[in-house]
Design a protein around this ligand. Structure first.
Ligand SMILES: NC(=O)c1ccc[n+]([C@@H]2O[C@H](COP(=O)([O-])OP(=O)(O)OC[C@H]3O[C@@H](n4cnc5c(N)ncnc54)[C@H](OP(=O)(O)O)[C@@H]3O)[C@@H](O)[C@H]2O)c1
Length: 254
């Protein structure tokens, strides 16, 4: 480990879903710590906006559309990173979607598949494509963005809960499988974080009150709370930590 500082100046990081919300905050933090950053998402205009902000702040960024659940998109994204930077050290599987759905038995197959694709399959595809590149350069860090919903069934969020539970087991399985290649795999599991994604929760005053009452620290998370845990897991400070799920929830799961 190169000291106690978090310094990514020789590193390349990919943040999937990096065009807004948590992913954008993570991309900025990575870049501020010196990393060359790639961000992906479905919509070019969202990516262009985020890339513009990053460039304005003086950071190098590759912004490229890639649907997280489509193998050919993900393979092309990783190939573009390899071509431009020649390496990939940190993969942050941040894409997630569609938190609110009908109950599991009322949901149709298409909805089930869509949620599994974005919240679970995408992380499998990105890790699989990133693996040879990480291995080639001697190791890496994979961080999956889960949710405390992975371990707490909630009405109206059933498919999301199941997908995130799968993501947490994928984290552990990959940790065991990739340890010999010097790749650590961990997850961060936040409670409600104030982003567009969670607006139905924090914009409803009585619901927000209910959520906050379940969090011992008495507030929902800000993106900066989650960024702190991600920086730790992406850095040399966590070199012997793998297969872990770090809750960022103000004590909600304690
Ligand atoms: N916010 C919360 O309360 C909260 C709590 C716990 C966990 N999380 C997790 O944190 C992560 C980030 O959430 P967020 O709140 O930042 O969400 P967000 O604001 O909705 O941002 C989602 C990002 O992912 C991209 N995206 C969505 N679907 C995609 C797909 N199929 N392929 C590629 N990119 C896709 C979006 O860009 P495009 O729309 O252009 O594709 C956007 O950049 C998710 O995994 C979520 O489950 C969030």
């Amino acid at each position: 480990m190169a000291g106690w500082n978090i310094d990514f100046s020789d590193k390349v990081a990919l943040v999937t879903g990096g065009s807004r919300g948590l992913g954008k905050a993570i991309a900025f933090a990575m870049a501020e710590k010196g990393a060359r950053v790639a961000i992906s998402g479905r919509k070019q205009e969202n990516l262009d906006k985020a890339a513009e902000e990053l460039k304005k702040a003086g950071f190098d960024v590759l912004a490229r559309t890639a649907h997280a659940g489509k193998a050919d998109h993900v393979a092309a994204l990783i190939a573009a990173i390899e071509e431009l930077y020649g390496r990939l050290d940190i993969l942050i599987n941040n894409v997630g979607s569609n938190i609110l759905t009908p109950s599991v038995v009322e949901a149709d197959e298409g909805l089930w598949d869509k949620l599994m694709e974005t919240n679970l399959k995408g992380a499998f595809l990105a890790a699989s494509c990133a693996y040879p590149l990480m291995k080639k350069t001697g190791g890496g860090k994979i961080i999956n963005i889960s949710s405390i919903a992975a371990r707490k069934a909630a009405r109206g969020m059933g498919i999301y809960c199941v997908a995130k539970a799968g993501l947490e087991m994928l984290t552990k399985v990959l940790a065991v499988e990739l340890a010999q290649d010097g790749i650590t795999v961990n997850a961060v599991a936040p409670c409600v974080v104030k982003t567009r994604f969670s607006q139905p929760f924090w914009s409803n005053e009585s619901l927000l009150k209910e959520i906050v009452a379940s969090i011992p620290m008495g507030r929902i998370a800000e993106t900066t709370d989650v960024v702190g845990a991600v920086l730790y897991l992406a850095s040399g400070l966590s070199d012997f930590v793998t297969g872990e799920i770090v809750n960022v929830d103000g004590g909600a799961m304690a």
